[in-house]
Design a binder for this molecule. Structure first.
Ligand code: CP
Length: 321
């Protein structure tokens, strides 16, 4: 694997999950693979889980790790070409990227959508420039349109907990006071569409995701209908995708909050969310604290998904060298 930004990069999902479960049994089995190799993690946005789990994954593989928070302590970066740099941005991304690449073997990048220019966001300008100019294998730690390390961890979690071969998995929009990117729901949909699960997306009108991510999923604007018989409920907020409302909050309707009453419609479903989560907006206290809540195992599996991804990138480097 030369990069990891989407589900296609991981290849066969059965093999990927099997590899993940083997690593979970012995997470230091490949500790020699990363000896004298350096991971650089570059954050344009905040993180708790991605930062810690990816660093732990690198340590499982014997790697050294450098973490850079671009907005804290680095020069302010210009990302647009052709700009006269007479403002507060002292360095251009086009110099910064190859410089960063010269200090490491693998680069992880977190760069969220700006939510003002859909074309720019969906072109994935920042991570694509890292892929083009760093000279290193690059993986996404959540980009503008996808969060594949999260989706891989979600898939592992579903595979560990599913009670039927083909569970009903419902991705449901839930309210949030701020405009959030579509990266997590897009990515979750992309990964679920790569399985043979019964996959349903529920969202209010005006919140349909991009067609390329919706894929073969059933879409409904009736959350109760979607939840009936569900085995897994994956709640997430996202801002509007469709023009002219791209990136906007159109609703904070709390009748979409996942509550005990909502979960009673399901087939005793497991509750999932990528975290961080706003309690009593997205999900009520009682649902997130119930034994059927998978939010902690899901977060713990981030270490496993990151270990598989870094292991595969390191194996490719070994072949090339
Ligand atoms: N789920 C997730 O990516 O969490 P962080 O934003 O804290 O990294």
């Amino acid at each position: 694997m030369k990069k990891f930004t989407c589900v296609q990069d991981i290849g066969n999902l059965h093999d990927a999950v099997a590899e993940a479960l083997a690593i979970k049994k012995d997470r230091f089995a490949h500790v020699e693979l990363g000896r004298n190799k350096t991971l650089m993690m570059i954050f344009f946005n905040s993180s708790l889980r991605t930062r810690l789990s990816t660093q732990k994954a690198a340590m499982n593989l014997g790697m050294n790790v450098i973490v850079l928070d671009v907005n804290q302590g680095a020069w302010k970066l210009e990302t647009e070409r052709g700009v006269i740099m007479d403002g507060d941005k002292a360095e251009h991304l086009l110099e910064a990227i190859p410089v960063m690449g010269s200090y490491c073997d693998i680069i992880g990048v977190r760069s969220f959508a700006g939510l003002t220019n859909k074309a720019e966001d969906y072109e994935e300008r920042i991570i694509e420039q890292f892929i083009r100019y760093s000279g290193r294998p690059v993986f996404s730690m959540e980009a503008a349109t996808r969060h594949p390390l999260q989706s891989f961890a979600d898939l592992i979690t579903i595979e560990e907990h599913k009670r039927t071969e083909r569970p009903k998995v419902v991705l449901t929009w839930a309210p949030h006071p701020k405009a959030l990117p579509q990266a997590v729901p897009n990515s979750f949909a992309e990964w679920m569409n790569a399985t043979d699960y019964d996959f349903v997306i529920a969202n209010p009108e005006g919140y349909d995701l991009a067609p390329e991510f919706v894929g073969k999923a059933k879409v409904t604007h009736d959350q109760d209908e979607a939840l009936r018989g569900a085995d897994f409920v994956y709640a997430k907020n996202w801002s509007a995708y469709a023009a002219p409302n791209y990136g906007k909050v159109l609703s904070t309707d709390r009748s979409w909050t996942i509550s005990t009453e909502k979960m009673a419609l399901t087939n005793n479903a497991f509750f999932m969310h990528c975290l961080p989560v706003r309690r009593n907006m997205i999900v009520t206290d009682d649902v997130i604290e119930a034994p059927t809540s998978l939010v902690i195992p899901e977060a713990a599996n981030r270490e496993i998904s990151a270990t598989v991804v870094l292991k595969r990138l390191l194996e490719e480097l070994k072949i090339e060298n």
